[in-house]
Design a binder for this molecule. Sequence first.
Ligand code: G3P
Length: 214
Amino acid sequence: MKFFIDTADVNEIKKAHAMGLVDGVTTNPSLVAKTGRPFEEIIKEIVTIVDGPISAEATSTDTEGMLKEARHLSSIHENIVVKIPLTAEGLQAVTTLHKENIKTNVTLCFSPNQALLAAKAGATYISPFVGRLDDVAHVGMDLIEQILNIYENYEFDTQVLVASIRNPIHVNEAALMGAHVATIPYKVMLQLVKHPLTDVGIQKFLDDWKKVPK
Ligand code: G3P
């Protein structure tokens, strides 16, 4: 399973990348706003840090606006993947961008039917938001299982990119289900590393090592 980091904070990206945990990056308007930096400045820096798919979101809501943004964003670097919202206008844009060989990440997916439409439109990635479904008492990971089944039935090329990940269980279940990608906040990446028995074991080894004659 590919690990993308879900952040626009270049310091987080650098730290996670140094641990070998970053195959790509996903950003969105909220994550970019948190940095207080201009959008393109951030994207142009991220592509120098990570040699992998970098998702940058189009903010237009009309098809022509999305197409204009997507063509510009994709011209910045070959690794740019354009995030497009799952709307009728977005599906029109994705269909055109697919024909132009511009990679897309269809975002804000909350149902298996939406994911089916994105695959038929030629999306490179689909981003189902599991955490936000959990927030409204739906089991977000059930959506991932349904999408993977549908995509397997029809051999779609669209990759399932599990998004809105809130905890290590989301990552574990995504891997067990065979999701192609998990986009993970830096905080959750650190949680994946930690286990209390590892810490206890290290301390025991160090304590015993002190008894070894030098
Ligand atoms: O990539 C989408 C992700 O950033 C959304 O996460 O926690 O805002 O639902 P969240």
